[in-house]
Design a protein around this ligand. Structure first.
Ligand SMILES: C[S@@+](CC[C@H](N)C(=O)[O-])C[C@H]1O[C@@H](n2cnc3c(N)ncnc32)[C@H](O)[C@@H]1O
Length: 283
């Protein structure tokens, strides 16, 4: 712990009072390092980073052989770390900002409906929605069996198991049709065949329904992607943390719900007659 504190003090993230031999977090930094419910809480990423190191031999072999490494093949701390790193952002944004940003979806979910969450991981976003919309029923799908197991436990702990199921299934083959709402959180880009997944989603949706896709946002040019998360850019960091409702634009490198009509997904084949809507672009 002392070594970690020293490293953070050397980087300027926390204060060190040499005379007293004490370390001190400023409020903004406590939100990042200590307050688990804060949207800025980042220690979950430590578990993700551990997986990167532990996966090196696997990655090296994959590079040598020209193969890929599936999400489910990573060291398990990645799954836990992803949930811990992303959950605070979902807790603060999903029900209060993202869903209300979609045309008519909040009112429809308050009234009920069938919701599928694909690539649900450990189920944080599914459970948050189930808690917010008790008249709706939810099913979370993920192809990683260990994640589904953990999601079921989490639903039980949150006492929403009566309205939430979690099942092992891929994005291209999950069962069911007539969903009123399908959501993908930070997973479409992880899928081997996003076009195939998109075609399946569109078939699984009821007419006049919505597909929510939450993805990390990046600009096309490197120079447009510098966002000052360095220790020497603390004034900028503080400004963002002190304006908490700006956070979804910043803390996850700009993950956002596309509500501006500019859906970035490939169009489904013209031969697919299933009427469906995606965000606002109505495809
Ligand atoms: C970055 S994690 C996001 C997990 C969760 N949605 C969240 O935001 O915390 C990506 C998830 O997509 C799942 N996934 C990847 N490819 C998939 C596929 N083809 N079908 C179903 N799930 C998939 C992974 O197992 C993993 O749980």
């Amino acid at each position: 712990m002392r070594e970690w504190l020293a490293a953070q003090a050397a980087s300027g993230f926390i204060r060190f009072d040499a005379a007293a031999g004490k370390y001190q977090f400023e409020n903004e930094m406590a939100m990042c390092f200590v307050v688990e419910t804060s949207p800025a809480f980042i220690p979950g990423f430590r578990d993700c980073a551990e997986a990167m190191f532990r996966d090196l031999p696997k990655l090296e072999a994959a590079f040598r052989m020209g193969l890929g490494v599936g999400w489910h093949q990573h060291y398990p701390s990645l799954f836990k770390g992803t949930e811990r790193f992303f959950r605070p952002g979902y807790t603060v944004n999903l029900v209060s900002e993202w869903i209300p940003a979609l045309d008519g979806v909040e009112a429809k979910r308050k009234a009920g409906g069938q919701v599928a969450v694909v690539g649900c991981g450990h189920g944080a976003s599914t459970i948050l929605m189930a808690q917010a919309y008790p008249k709706a029923t939810f099913v979370g799908f993920d192809y990683d069996e260990s994640s589904i197991q953990r999601a079921r436990e989490a639903a039980h702990e949150a006492q929403v198991s009566d309205r939430v199921r979690f099942e092992v299934a891929t994005a291209k083959e999950y069962p069911g049709t007539g969903y009123n709402f399908v959501a993908f959180f930070d997973c479409l880009h992880d899928m081997r065949d996003p076009n195939g997944a998109a075609a399946h989603v569109i078939k699984s949706l009821k007419p006049d329904s919505t597909w929510l896709i939450v993805e990390p946002f990046a600009n096309d040019k490197l120079e447009d992607n510098r966002h000052g998360m360095r220790a020497d850019a603390q004034p900028s960091l503080k400004r963002h943390l002190l304006a908490p409702f700006e956070r979804s634009k910043f803390l996850r490198s700009g993950s956002s719900v596309r509500t501006d009509g500019a859906c970035q997904l490939p169009r489904p084949p013209a031969s697919d007659p299933t009427p469906a809507s995606c965000c606002r672009c109505q495809r």
